[in-house]
Design a protein around this ligand. Structure first.
Ligand code: NAD
Length: 486
């Protein structure tokens, strides 16, 4: 393992283009969830480090970074994307060890990070204002400008993808960023800063302060020098972030949880649907905001879908991330306990386990492993069918007809992503319109990925959109200039 050698100052912050220890010298231990052993220390940044990072970001806006043209920014961001691809093995191994993600999935995340930079780099000089016909004697036009200093709070489940979609878009629009990665997983955030720095990103344009949410995170979201906050994480923390931002009247993008359904009608192409139904539940061991954790199946094909999904589940292997099995461990023992709590509620609640995967023979004793579990005949009102589990657990729910499918699909507090499987064109359109969700996939399902596709929530899944061009609008503000020329 080369990750913790001189390549990465894992117990430092990255502020104003320099690797600096946190002001009060505290550290947080990081664990490898595949083995339960200590991986390394990271910095425990506090409000003092956040103050330094916000100052550095403001100075960058007043300095070289603020002077760059959109084309220059685009070229630089594209270059960072290319360099990420060059160092893909390094990034993938860091992520696999840090969060327990199977190596192939970690590689895919690194590719997605590069793809965000490629997409946004190319878009940098294609976002512009408009001219507006107005009264006689006026020229009116709009300017699209950066917010200024943007704060980015990122969870542990897809650090690279979420950094790509939020920091990538914010930098593209000329903002200067302060990134607070999750305390459970921050190595690829530091690696991203290192790569950006080596590609020539002006100092202060990107600052990374690792630390706890209630310390560094809270300090960032309540900082008076921050002009926009992008938060991805749980609903409970999202509420705190929005409250803190409201004190300073700062716009917030909240990307929160989900309980996303895939809905299979009797006329669906089940051969095509099957891998999407299973993968969207077990990818990243189910720790995906857009995981399809509810599978709604019309009564006529219910037994068939249950049997075929069960067969697929029995083939799923669970083992250490570097062994590249179907699933790795969960991110931590704490997360394992949460998921096991839901599974024991299934046992005591008389819910049938339709199938489970299997552990590899040499499973490390102290890893945070749980078996992927498929539960059938679950009532749509049961907490297992309503609450976000954030583990490899899918519930299958039978329904009769479109109306009931819509009512169950819309029957949770969330609305992030939905999938609909039907060959009936009219029904495809009716379902797309009736389901309350930020994204709808018809005869496919895209958990994660899709850098071009605007993404965000409805209800408690959050508000604001990231990914695609929408993110560039979100990470900028519009100024209207009415110029009277006589
Ligand atoms: P979390 O809310 O506990 O933590 C997320 C981040 O917020 C971490 O960096 C944490 O340090 C920080 N944080 C914690 N308390 C804070 C505070 N008081 N002020 C500011 N920051 C604070 O969430 P988690 O457990 O790390 O992530 C899992 C959750 O994230 C799930 O609910 C999942 O659905 C959601 N998620 C959503 C998306 C999306 O795009 N919608 C993507 C990934 C994860």
């Amino acid at each position: 393992m080369t990750a913790f050698d001189t390549k990465l100052k894992n117990d430092h912050c990255f502020i104003d283009g320099n690797w600096v220890p946190p002001v009060d010298g505290q550290k947080i231990e990081l664990f490898d969830p595949s083995f339960g052993t200590k991986l390394c220390d990271i910095a425990q940044g506090t409000s003092e480090d956040i103050d330094l990072a916000v100052d550095a970001a403001q100075n960058a806006l007043d300095g070289d970074w603020g002077q760059m043209t959109a084309a220059e920014r685009g070229r630089l961001i594209s270059k960072i994307g290319m360099e990420i691809l060059n160092r893909i093995d390094w990034l993938a191994e860091l992520e696999a060890r840090d969060v327990g993600k199977p190596l192939t999935q970690a590689r895919n995340d690194a590719i997605a990070l590069a793809r965000y930079m490629e997409f946004y780099g190319g878009a940098a000089d294609k976002i512009h204002g408009q001219t507006i016909p107005y009264m006689q004697g006026y020229n009116v036009y709009t300017l699209r400008e950066p917010h200024g200093v943007t704060g980015h709070i990122v969870p542990w489940n897809y650090p690279m993808q979420i950094i790509g979609r939020s920091v990538g878009a914010a930098l593209t629009m000329g903002n200067a960023c302060v990134l607070k990665p999750a305390e459970e997983a921050c190595l690829t955030a530091l690696a991203f800063a290192k790569i950006a720095d080596e590609c020539g990103l002006p100092k202060g344009a990107l600052n990374v302060v690792p630390g706890y949410g209630h310390e560094a995170g809270a300090a960032l979201t309540s900082h008076k020098g921050v002009n926009h906050i992008s938060f991805t994480g749980s609903v409970a923390t999202g509420v705190k972030v929005q409250q803190a931002a409201s004190e300073n009247i700062v716009p917030v993008t909240l990307e929160l949880g989900g309980k996303s359904p895939q809905i299979v009608f009797n006329d669906a192409d089940i051969d095509r649907a099957l891998p999407f139904l299973v993968n969207a539940g077990i990818q990243n061991a189910g720790q995906t905001c857009s995981a399809a954790s509810r599978i709604l199946v019309e009564r006529g094909v219910y037994d068939d879908v249950v049997n075929r999904m069960s067969e697929a589940y029995r083939k799923l292997s669970v083992g250490p991330a570097m062994g590249d099995h179907s699933l790795g461990p969960l991110v931590s023992k704490r997360q394992k306990e949460i998921v096991e709590g839901f599974l024991s509620a299934a046992e005591t609640g008389d819910i049938t386990i339709s199938a489970q995967g299997h552990f590899t023979d040499d499973l490390p004793e102290d890893g945070a492993y749980v078996l992927p579990t498929l539960l059938k005949d679950v009532s749509p009102d049961h907490p297992l069918a309503k609450d976000e589990i954030f583990g490899p657990v899918q519930v299958i729910i039978p329904f009769d007809g479109e109306e009931e499918a819509i009512s169950i699909a819309n029957g949770t507090d969330y609305g992030l992503v939905a999938g609909v499987w039907t060959e009936n064109g009219g029904r495809q359109m009716r379902m797309a319109k009736a389901i309350k969700s930020g994204q709808i996939f018809i005869n496919n399902y895209g958990a994660g990925g899709g850098v071009e596709l605007p993404f965000g929530g409805h209800g408690k899944s959050g508000h604001g959109r990231e990914k695609g061009f929408e993110a560039l609008y979100g990470f900028s503000t519009l100024k209207t200039v009415a110029n009277w020329h006589g």
